[in-house]
Design a protein around this ligand. Structure first.
Ligand SMILES: [Fe+2]
Length: 481
C-alpha cells in the first residue's frame, strides 16, 4: 500500500509504504520527555494506554495474520504540557511460553502451533489450560485495575505506570470465547461483556464483573447451535444489543477440524443478520430482528428513540475483510475492504428493520464521546478512513445528523484509532481532543498526534524514536500521570 508523494512539479519520485506497520518492534524503552511540537491543552492530564501486535515471528515461524502478533503495551503520559513514553511486551502466558520455548506455543486467531488432535480438543474444552491470552486487541480500566484483552476468556492485568504484567488473570470469562470490547456501566463502573460457551449445547452469555471483583456474575444465557463470530456488542439504557452476522462456526468442527481458530467459521448469508435485544437489568431476551446479511467488527453506539432502537455499526458486505488482514496480503500492499458506517433502526412496535448509510465515505476503528453518550442519542463518530493506498491513513469525523464528514491526513502518514478525550469544561459533545498514534512512513517512526476533536486541527505531536506497529485499540486513563 504505497502512498504517492510526488506532488508538485520538479520533485524526485518518492514512495512511502506502510509495510513498517507490520514489522516487529524489538525495543522496549522508557523516555521521560518526547520531542514535542505545538502545545497541549492545560486540562489534558493522564495516560493514553494502548495494546497491539508487535512481534510477528517466533523462532523459525511467522504469525500469519495481523491479529496474531504478540502484544505490546504502549503508554503516552501527558502532564504539565509534556509527554513521556514507555513500551513493554505484555508478559502473557502466550508470550512467556513463546520466549521460553522459542516457538509459538498457543493457538492464536489464525496461527496454530503444531499439535496433536488430542491436544487440540483438550485446548478447546479446557479454557484454563492452553488458550492464548495474547491480549493485543484492547484494554480497560476496571476500578483501580487495568486489563488487556483479546477474544479469549483470560484478560491480563498490568501496572499502568510500569507496564509490568501480573501472572494471574484478574477473572475468567464464563466460556471459551469472549470479546475485547466490554462496556462499562456508567453508574457502578462494572464491566459487562460477552462470552460463548461451546460444547454439545452451546450458548451466548453476558456477564458482569464489579470493579474490584475476581468473580463474574452471569446475567443472560441464550442457547445457540452455531455461534456467530462476535467482536463487540451494543448497549442502550435498557438493552444489550447482540448483532449476529452470518459468519458462524460449528463448535464440534472447531474442536476437530485441525485449522486455526478463525478458519473454522463459515459465511452463511442465507441466515441474514440477526439482532437480539436483551434486558440489561434482568437478562431476559426481548425482541429479535432480521436484517440483510453483513459483517462487522465494531458496534459504534446504540440508543432508544421512541419505539425504535438505533444500532450503528461499521459494516462490510461479508466477512472477506478478515482475509484482507493476512500479513502476506497486507505486506504485499493489497488494499483492504473499506468499512461503512451504517445505521439500523429496529422498530420494537413491529415495523421491522430499516437500514441506512450514515456517511459518504469509509470508516473503521470508530470512537465516540463514550463517557457521556454511550447508549444515548449522540451525533459524532471519529474513526480511521482509507487513503489512496487502500490502508487506514486518515482520521475522519462524521456528523451523523448533518451526514457530513471532515478528515485529517498527511502524506506518507498512517493514523491509528483516534481516542476521544472530553474537555471536562466543554458543553458540546465534540469538545475535547483526539489522541492517535501515527506511523510516519517518511521518517520510519511514529508520533502521538493530538487533534482538536471539533475541527481536526493539529494541536501537538510528540515523536517516538521508533516505529509502533499498527495496533487496534487504546484507552485514555484520566489523571494517571
Ligand atoms: Fe476491535
Amino acid at each position: 500500500m504505497a502512498t504517492d508523494l510526488n506532488r508538485g512539479a520538479g520533485r524526485s519520485p518518492v514512495t512511502v509504504d506502510n509495510a513498517l506497520g507490520f514489522a516487529t518492534l524489538e525495543h522496549e524503552r522508557t523516555i521521560e520527555q518526547l520531542p514535542l511540537t505545538g502545545s497541549l491543552p492545560p486540562w489534558l492530564t493522564g495516560s493514553l494506554l494502548r495494546t497491539g501486535p508487535a512481534r510477528f515471528e517466533v523462532g523459525e515461524r511467522s504469525m500469519r495474520h495481523w491479529f496474531d502478533g504478540l502484544a505490546m503495551l504502549h503508554r503516552f503520559t501527558i502532564a504539565d504540557g509534556r509527554v513521556s513514553y514507555g513500551n513493554r511486551y505484555l508478559h502473557s502466558r502466550a508470550y512467556r511460553a513463546a520466549t521460553a520455548e522459542g516457538r509459538i506455543a498457543f493457538s492464536e486467531f489464525a496461527t496454530d502451533p503444531c499439535r496433536s488432535l488430542f491436544k487440540r480438543i483438550q485446548t478447546l474444552f479446557s479454557p484454563g489450560q492452553a488458550i492464548s491470552d495474547n491480549a493485543n486487541v484492547n484494554l480497560a480500566r476496571l476500578g483501580e485495575r487495568f486489563i488487556a484483552m483479546t477474544e479469549t476468556p483470560l484478560p491480563v492485568q498490568f501496572d499502568a505506570r510500569t507496564l509490568e504484567s501480573a501472572e494471574a488473570a484478574p477473572f475468567q470469562a464464563p466460556g471459551q470465547l469472549s470479546t475485547a470490547h466490554p462496556h462499562l456501566d456508567r453508574a457502578s463502573g462494572a464491566l459487562l461483556n460477552y462470552a460463548a460457551q461451546l460444547g454439545a449445547r452451546s450458548s451466548y452469555r453476558f456477564f458482569t464483573v464489579e470493579p474490584d471483583a475476581t468473580e463474574t456474575r452471569l446475567l443472560a444465557t441464550l442457547p445457540v447451535s452455531e455461534p456467530a463470530y462476535m467482536h463487540s456488542f451494543g448497549l442502550t439504557e435498557r438493552w444489550i444489543v447482540l448483532g449476529e452476522f452470518p459468519f458462524v462456526v460449528n463448535p464440534l468442527a472447531l474442536a476437530l477440524a485441525g485449522r486455526p481458530y478463525i478458519e473454522n467459521y463459515r459465511w452463511k448469508p442465507e441466515r441474514g443478520t440477526r439482532f437480539t435485544l436483551i434486558d440489561r437489568r434482568t437478562g431476559a431476551p426481548g425482541p429479535t430482528f432480521r436484517a440483510s446479511p453483513c459483517f462487522a467488527f465494531h458496534h459504534v453506539n446504540a440508543f432508544e428513540q421512541d419505539d425504535q432502537v438505533i444500532v450503528d455499526l461499521c459494516t462490510y458486505p461479508d466477512a472477506g475483510v478478515i482475509e484482507d488482514f493476512y500479513l502476506d496480503r497486507l505486506r504485499a500492499g493489497k488494499p483492504i475492504t473499506p468499512g461503512a458506517l451504517t445505521r439500523f433502526r429496529l422498530d420494537t412496535a413491529g415495523g421491522g428493520v430499516h437500514e441506512e448509510a450514515l456517511a459518504d465515505r469509509d470508516l473503521e476503528l470508530p470512537r465516540i464521546n463514550y463517557g457521556a453518550f454511550n447508549g444515548r442519542p449522540y451525533r459524532y463518530v471519529w474513526g480511521n478512513g482509507t487513503g489512496a493506498g487502500g490502508w487506514l491513513e486518515e482520521i475522519v469525523k462524521v456528523d451523523t445528523e448533518e451526514r457530513a464528514t471532515i478528515s485529517w491526513s498527511e502524506p506518507g502518514c498512517y493514523a491509528g484509532e483516534p481516542v476521544f478525550v472530553a474537555d471536562p469544561q466543554a458543553e458540546q459533545e465534540d469538545g475535547g481532543v483526539l489522541l492517535s498514534v501515527v506511523l510516519d512512513g517518511r521518517l520510519e517512526r511514529s508520533f502521538l498526534l493530538v487533534l482538536d476533536a471539533m475541527h481536526l486541527n493539529e494541536l501537538a505531536r510528540a515523536e517516538v524514536p521508533h516505529h509502533i506497529p499498527f495496533g487496534f485499540h487504546g484507552q485514555f486513563a484520566r489523571g494517571l500521570a
